[in-house]
Ligand binder design. Structure first.
Ligand SMILES: NC(=O)c1ccc[n+]([C@@H]2O[C@H](COP(=O)([O-])OP(=O)(O)OC[C@H]3O[C@@H](n4cnc5c(N)ncnc54)[C@H](O)[C@@H]3O)[C@@H](O)[C@H]2O)c1
Length: 293
């Protein structure tokens, strides 16, 4: 994978996983453009990257707004001449809890940022990456993109969608030399459990800053996130996986057994369909597979 003197746009790049990926790609020679909703965090991030000798620029943006994406790609191309890569990272944890506790506004916030934000990132960046002759996209999904997470419906819905879209886009964009990967981490020590901090800033939401409820630091969610792996490991792993042209980027190999259980359950369900007198005769119909290679 070519990194030197190429340019990457990282959404939600001011903190957490996005910042770690920006740092790792910048250290590999890329020019970095950070887009983030949090102005103060953005300034801090740019200061840190510059201190490491990384070429970087930033803008305050909300991934929910198409005009903000246009400003982001324009900054990258005006500043560095071309855009070669996108890290579609900005995301929120949604509101974990039982189905009946989540309002449509909760769902809308999560879908707007985690799913439609990613779609808009593709729509804004892909024409530029095509024009540059190719490059790569990493869509930040989650281990929740590999399996349903009870009490995390909104988050599961968006992350399974991002993983599935990444498979579709990998096949669609391969002829343009654009490598597409889905990053699927389990817990990483970031501020994802404090996502409500960004909600008041997000387009279309009415939550006032003083109404924001952050979770108890002793809650299960706070504990599992703060005990997660160091984001820098994720950043370094992304560079390693891009060099190997991986389509699914995993950072927690200990979850392999869990995903295998899900695949085994799906496989067993196919076996039951194969032996069904109603549909079993379709088993031998030939098919083309759309699997990223
Ligand atoms: N931390 C984990 O355990 C974990 C695990 C799997 C996947 N992820 C995913 O990683 C990605 C990054 O999350 P993180 O863990 O670093 O969380 P984080 O809250 O530490 O960082 C998220 C960043 O996105 C920015 N952001 C939030 N809403 C935005 C918006 N509307 N527009 C622009 N920027 C916005 C925030 O300001 C922040 O800089 C998310 O997509 C998340 O779902 C996180």
């Amino acid at each position: 994978m070519e990194f030197t003197n190429r340019t990457v746009l990282v959404s939600g790049g001011a903190e957490g996983i996005g910042f770690a990926i920006a740092k790792a790609l910048g250290s590999s020679g890329m020019n970095v453009v950070l887009g983030d909703i949090n102005e103060q965090a953005l300034q801090n991030a740019l200061t840190k990257l510059s201190g490491l000798g990384i070429n970087c620029k930033g803008l305050v943006m909300d991934v929910v707004k198409p005009e903000d994406w246009q400003r982001a790609v324009a900054l990258a191309t005006d500043q560095y001449g071309a855009l070669h890569a996108l890290i579609n990272n900005a995301g929120v944890g949604g509101k974990p809890g039982p189905i009946e506790n989540n309002t449509l506004a909760d769902w809308q916030w999560c879908i707007d940022v985690n799913l439609l934000g990613v779609v808009q990132g593709m729509q804004a960046a892909v024409p530029h990456i095509k024009r540059a002759g190719g490059g790569f996209v990493v869509n930040v999904a989650s281990m929740a993109g590999m399996m349903g997470v009870p009490y995390g419906g909104e988050y599961t819905a968006t992350k399974l969608a991002v993983a599935g879209l990444s498979e579709a886009w990998a096949v669609e964009l391969a002829p343009f030399d654009i490598h597409v990967a889905a990053l699927c981490p389990a817990f990483v020590s970031t501020k994802i459990h404090l996502s409500e901090r960004n909600r008041a800033l997000t387009h279309g939401q009415t939550t006032k800053a003083e109404e924001i409820e952050l979770p108890d630091p002793d809650s299960v969610m706070s504990q599992v996130v703060t005990n997660g792996i160091d984001p820098d490991l994720v950043g370094q792993r992304v560079v390693e996986a891009l060099n190997a042209k991986e389509h699914y980027i995993f950072t927690h190999p200990n979850y392999r057994a869990v995903v295998q259980q899900r695949f085994a359950a799906i496989d067993a369900a196919f076996a039951r369909a194969e032996s069904s007198p109603i549909v079993g005769h379709l088993s031998s119909e030939p098919l083309d597979a759309f699997v990223p290679q």
